[in-house]
Design a protein around this ligand. Structure first.
Ligand code: ZN
Ligand code: ZN
Length: 234
């Protein structure tokens, strides 16, 4: 399971909506210490009886709440394995201690996952090239953020180089990493105040040259459906 921003109870309920159960989990990976990613990590790890993986920097921010959890540390520069899955972490510019994002591979298919990134680096482009599926942050629409209700200092933080990706920057990234093997794209980490699903969808569809309906959007209450990245999967 990637990130744990919910309580153990809410996480269980969300897994069950997809006919999945916490007994199916073998590990929790935490990208960084911000509450929407790490708030539930300690409780989920303890209650589900699984290890929780994070960078040393993320651990330094969360360690006061991790008593009793089976914590495993990894370098954001070195791939490692959890069961049959190769986990390929990479560092990202974001205002946390040692944030990273991931590509996951079973040796055949590659899933790239990217949220909480303020600016795109060439390393990120390299890592996300040649994926079969991508989940990309579309945090905000630049104009909605600018004209919206957030305080000026928060707007600067969100739009800054260590903040979050807007729809246009996500689309630009997608245009750079899109490949013939790409079969699935979802927009994620949308702000409910500063974005609209249809804006994120339209931006990514323009970058792909596809119908907007082809792009999936993770909304905060519903999340995404469960997909198999297999030969038969469409
Ligand atoms: Zn976040
Ligand atoms: Zn964050």
């Amino acid at each position: 399971m990637l990130d744990a921003g919910f309580s153990a109870r809410e996480t269980r309920a969300r897994l069950e909506r997809h006919d999945r159960h916490h007994e199916n989990l073998c590990a929790i990976l935490v990208t960084h210490e911000h509450g929407d990613h790490g708030r539930g990590a300690a409780n989920c790890a303890r209650q589900f009886g699984v290890p929780v993986w994070m960078t040393a920097g993320t651990f330094s921010a969360l360690k006061h709440e991790l008593d009793g959890a089976d914590v495993r540390l990894f370098s954001p520069h070195e791939p490692f394995a959890i069961g049959d899955i190769e986990v390929i972490p990479f560092p990202v510019p974001h205002d946390a201690r040692e944030p990273c994002q991931f590509v996951f591979s079973d040796g055949d298919k590659r899933l790239g996952f990217l949220t909480d990134i303020g600016s795109i680096t060439s390393h990120v482009v390299d890592m996300l090239s040649d994926c079969d599926a991508l989940v990309l942050e579309c945090n905000h629409d630049a104009r909605l953020l600018r004209d919206g209700p957030y305080p000026a200092s928060l707007k600067v933080r969100i739009a800054g180089r260590d903040g979050h990706l807007d729809n246009g920057a996500a689309a630009e990234l997608l245009a750079r990493v899109g490949s013939p093997r790409l079969r699935y794209v979802a927009a994620a980490h949308l702000s409910e105040t500063n974005n609209r699903p249809e804006l994120a969808r339209a931006a990514l569809a323009r970058a792909m040259g596809c119908e907007p309906g082809w792009i999936d959007v993770a909304e905060q209450d519903e999340g995404l459906a469960f997909y198999h990245l297999s030969e038969t999967w469409v």
